[in-house]
Design a protein around this ligand. Structure first.
Ligand code: DPP
Ligand code: ZN
Length: 871
């Protein structure tokens, strides 16, 4: 397909004021009648034809202002419906199409899942239901009548409020009419029909509006929706308190489905969720699942204002709703849980997913300027870096300035399709800040590097920081301009307390200096001792920080930094330094210091267990590889990391065993953050104590596996057992399968765990598991659980030296592409780091990518990823 360019944006030629849909559900021949009130856009081109998008549509009938249209007055193909000479500037077009939801394996448009009907329209799925100007800047008021066989689909749901429902006379059918008073783009349309159980609750908004809440799940799973419902109510309250945003309909419904391409979808008043982000019970869900549910429920709910009430002008602005909404859900979770621990886990994820993306061939700006397939831009850069950019804005403007800017944004753009320029202008106008240089965060791709050197002047009592920034070249962008980098910092004195932070006679506001130039110096004054700088506190800017901190400085900060994030980061930096030196074949010096610092942290009774669990988990193989940057041998990375884990486990065996014992509890499972933190630390101890594969360590894991009363502990024990090629592993895996056979979300975990085993036999195991009766290429969760996990989280086996892992992924992608291009292209993006591999593996990766790229008939999704990966 042709590249679409931001610079080519033109307003729509025709607007749609209302959409009246009549959908008669049928497994293979669903009849869709759409009545569109079309109106020529006064801002468009005079005499422009009406051109509506379609995707695989069959036109049955077309009428204009009630009169059937002769074939000569329009052109229709599966991809387009055009009226070259519309009769007037406003008229009603009635379009009847037939769609086959059963044949829809792409899961885009109207499709079936577990015999229910559901839709997914973002970004371009509505055109698979009816012909439409399927772009986010066409906002219309929708009324949807849904009709179905009563016994096939007793539940019928649409956007907005229920207007009427009842039997269809003289037949076994029934109907429901839903009306959504809020104008919305087509990508927010949804309908659901099927046999579903409802969990009900209600919420009263700050201004007293009573909202009926419903979560629809498969029959028998009602009890597992309780946590999601609780998270929903907390989200609704939080958005009122933190952003002054109230809900705006009489009902809010969520439907959980088991076949879904993404995590969830924010359709107006009718969110559709991957059931993974709704269903939880102590027996089936881990602590990570619970926090994932809380975060995604909040995320989709928050879209009601950031995405729905204010939507995007075009898909280049995707980060306008996604980056902002991720920021909002991260803030929500921080308020519900531990803020430092949430920040640490978000940054871990940012580095693992986004920094990696930003340093490879798929790097792109937070707001891309061109795309061939928009489905490929639901990325870590748009979402997670997009959130970091909003966070930096808050850091620069302060709490109050940020809130003023948000308020102005809501006030100005409610009901509109907005742009990043609109968003930034709201903050600039509300606070008087010039944000023109800051806007580079949206247009320049690549992770900036910040080099920082310190100079202490004993006689003057001053400390100078010399800062140099650079942004590496990325695809399509060779030259970069300096960015605005909010650098939060502290100067830590010898006693561990922060010293005054003064630039000349002026205290540094909120502890943040603004780096705006390529090279800049900051002179801190009034110091009575040499400080250790604590830089980029709270990870205030998403940059690669290269400081001249010594290992001794890091040990000091790990013990004393008043900023918990940097306490964590000091230890991580220490570990990363020695792991990369060792992976390059150097001496792993500094181990003693690391072990000592880790031991002290573990022993610090004042620290939150969740924090300790994060701080004591070594940087992942992916982060070590990214730090190495080139000629990476994943086996060497694995080996040095394992060696360090062994040393830590052995050196701290005593305290780890004590920690394990002390954190054991007979109390029943609760998913709150404090309990989850204790489990996280205890399970980290379990892992370190078993890393050697000793009988004792393995027996401890086996005992925990057998006795666990919750999935977090059971899964953690199984993950430990899975690392050791001993008979206990097979026995535990079999027992686990037998116990949870009927529970798809749990069986996904069983597949994933096996795909992650860092052993030579794993690829063969994965291939065998693809033939397992429980495996299905039609279910995205299952494919991701097995093949996705193998490619994305098993670096040694995916990147096998013989190239078999790469060839395998290419095979799966090619066989899946015809069925579900979105899931296929996601899998293929596991090659995003191929260029950093050593030459042998790099050659295999390139060959696999080229084989995919050269295959005729690829989907635009897979073709785009293959081409860009090779570019
Ligand atoms: N718009 C959806 C989201 O909330 C896309 N999956 O992120
Ligand atoms: Zn979103």
């Amino acid at each position: 397909p042709q590249a679409v360019r931001l610079a080519d944006y033109r307003p729509p030629e025709w607007l749609v004021d209302t959409v009246d849909l009549d959908v008669a559900l049928h497994p293979t021949q669903t009849r869709v009648t759409a009545r569109l009130a079309l109106r020529r856009n006064p801002e468009g081109t005079p005499d422009a034809p009406v051109i509506l998008e379609g995707d695989g549509l069959t036109l049955v009938r077309l009428a204009l202002d009630g009169a059937p249209l002769a074939g000569s007055s329009f052109e229709a193909s599966p991809e387009r419906l055009a009226l070259r000479h519309p009769p007037s500037d406003a008229f009603t077009l009635e379009i009847e199409t037939l769609v086959d939801p059963t044949a829809n394996t792409q899961l885009m448009g109207l499709y079936r899942t577990s015999n229910n009907y559901c839709t997914q329209c973002e970004p371009e799925g509505f055109r698979r239901i009816t012909y439409f100007p399927d772009r986010p800047d066409v906002l219309a008021v929708y009324t949807t009548r849904i009709e179905a066989e009563l016994d096939e689909a007793p539940v019928l749901l649409g956007n907005g409020n229920l207007v009427s429902s009842g039997p269809v006379l003289g037949a076994s059918r029934h109907f429901a009419v839903w009306h959504d008073p809020w104008p919305k783009p087509s990508y927010l349309f949804a309908l659901v029909g099927g046999k579903l159980a409802k969990v009900s609750d209600s919420f009263t908004t700050a201004s007293g509006r009573q909202v009926e809440l419903g979560i629809y799940v498969e029959e028998g799973k009602e009890a597992r929706a309780g946590y999601a419902m609780d998270a929903l109510k907390r989200s609704m309250r939080w958005d009122e308190e933190a952003f002054g945003r109230e809900y705006d309909l009489d009902v809010f419904n969520i439907v959980a489905v088991s076949d879904f391409n993404m995590g969830a979808m924010e359709n107006k008043g009718l969110n559709v969720f991957n059931d993974k982000y709704v269903l939880a019970s102590p027996q089936t869900a881990t602590d990570a699942d619970y926090s994932g549910i809380e975060g995604v429920i909040a995320h989709e709910y928050f879209h009601n204002w950031t995405g729905n009430r204010i939507t995007c002008r075009d898909w280049f602005q995707l980060c306008l709703k996604e980056g902002l909404t991720v920021f909002r859900d991260q803030e929500f979770s921080s308020d519900q849980r531990s803020r430092p621990v949430k920040r640490i886990s978000d940054v871990r994820m940012l580095k693992a997913a986004q920094f990696t993306e930003d340093s490879g061939p798929l790097a792109h700006p937070v707001r891309p300027e061109t795309y061939r397939e928009i489905n490929n831009f639901y990325t870590a850069t748009v979402y997670e870096k997009g959130s970091e950019v909003v966070r930096m804005l808050k850091t620069l403007l302060g709490e109050e300035g940020f809130r003023k800017g948000m308020d102005l944004y809501f006030e100005r753009h409610d009901g509109e399709a907005a742009t990043i320029e609109d968003f930034l202008a709201s903050f600039a106008d509300a606070t008087g800040h010039d944000l023109s240089q800051f806007a580079l965060w949206y247009s320049q791709s690549g992770t900036p590097t910040l080099e920082v050197k310190g100079a202490w002047d004993e006689a003057a009592g001053t400390y100078r920081l010399d800062v140099k920034q650079s942004v590496p070249p990325t695809p399509g962008q060779s030259e970069k301009k300096p960015m605005v980098i909010p650098l939060a910092l502290g100067l830590v004195g010898p006693d561990g307390a922060d010293m005054p932070l003064m630039l000349g006679n002026t205290p540094v506001e909120r502890g943040v200096v603004e780096v705006t130039q390529k090279e800049q110096s900051f002179l801190f004054t009034g110091l009575d001792a040499k400080p250790v700088p604590s830089l980029n506190r709270g990870f205030s800017a998403p940059v690669n920080l290269k400081s001249d901190l010594t290992p001794e400085d890091r040990v000091f900060l790990a013990a004393h930094d008043g900023d918990p994030f940097n306490r964590f980061d000091a230890l991580q930096g220490l570990a990363l330094g020695l792991l990369t030196r060792a992976a390059r074949g150097g001496a792993a010096d500094g181990e003693a210091a690391l072990i000592d610092a880790a031991g002290r942290l573990l022993a610090d009774a004042a620290l939150d267990p969740a924090f300790k669990a994060q701080a004591l988990a070594l940087p992942g193989e992916g982060e070590i590889a990214r730090e190495l940057g080139s000629d990476v041998d994943p086996d060497a990375v694995f080996a040095v990391r394992k060696a360090l884990r062994l040393k830590l486990g052995a050196a701290l065996a005593g305290p780890l065993a004590e920690t394990y014992a002390a954190l054991g509890t007979a109390a029943p499972f609760t998913p709150d953050a404090a309990s989850a933190g204790r489990r996280a630390l205890r399970n980290l101890a379990l892992d370190y104590l078993a890393v050697s594969g000793s009988d004792e360590g393995v027996a401890r894991a086996q005992a925990q596996f057998a006795a666990a009363d919750n999935m977090t502990d059971r899964m953690a024990a199984l993950a430990v057992l899975a690392q050791h090629d001993r008979p206990e592993r097979a026995a535990a895996l079999d027992a686990f399968y037998a116990r949870f056979e009927r529970d798809a979300l749990v069986i996904d975990k069983w597949f994933t765990l096996q795909a992650q085993i860092p052993e030579a036999g794993t690829l063969e195991r994965v291939k065998a598991l693809m033939l397992h009766p429980a495996f299905s290429m039609g279910n995205p969760n299952r494919v991701r659980a097995l093949v996705g996990a193998f490619a994305a989280t098993n670096p040694t086996q995916f990147n096998r030296a013989d190239g078999a892992g790469h060839a395998f992924l290419a095979d799966v992608v090619l066989s899946l592409d015809a069925k579900n291009p979105q899931v296929a292209s996601r899998l293929l993006s596991a090659f995003k780091t191929w260029r950093q591999l050593e030459p042998g593996r790099r050659g295999h990766a390139e060959a696999a990518l080229r084989r995919v790229a050269d295959t005729p008939g690829l989907s635009p999704d897979v073709a785009d990823i293959a081409t860009r990966s090779l570019g």
